[in-house]
Design a protein around this ligand. Sequence first.
Ligand SMILES: [Zn+2]
Ligand SMILES: [Zn+2]
Ligand SMILES: [Zn+2]
Length: 95
Amino acid sequence: MATDPHLSAARHVQARTQGCEECLALGIPWVHLRVCLSCGHVGCCDSSIGRHATKHFLATQHPIIESFEPNETWGWCYIEEHMLELPPELLVDKG
Ligand SMILES: [Zn+2]
Ligand SMILES: [Zn+2]
Ligand SMILES: [Zn+2]
């Protein structure tokens, strides 16, 4: 799999919340969770009402997320809109 240049923006982060940060504040449900590998923001997927992971990218330009679902380790680059395999040292702890 090709190396993604935007991986340079990714770090080994700790998830800031265990659910979507904005949905928790609003009291609304989400479908799946994504974690930002620049800052640890947890947001919901595009199948969710809030689409907060995408909104976080649009607001911050933080390019790389990892799935925050248990047993999923795939990454996504919002800039190139492709999935990527993340280096093991970047993977977020999912408690
Ligand atoms: Zn990229
Ligand atoms: Zn949300
Ligand atoms: Zn972020």
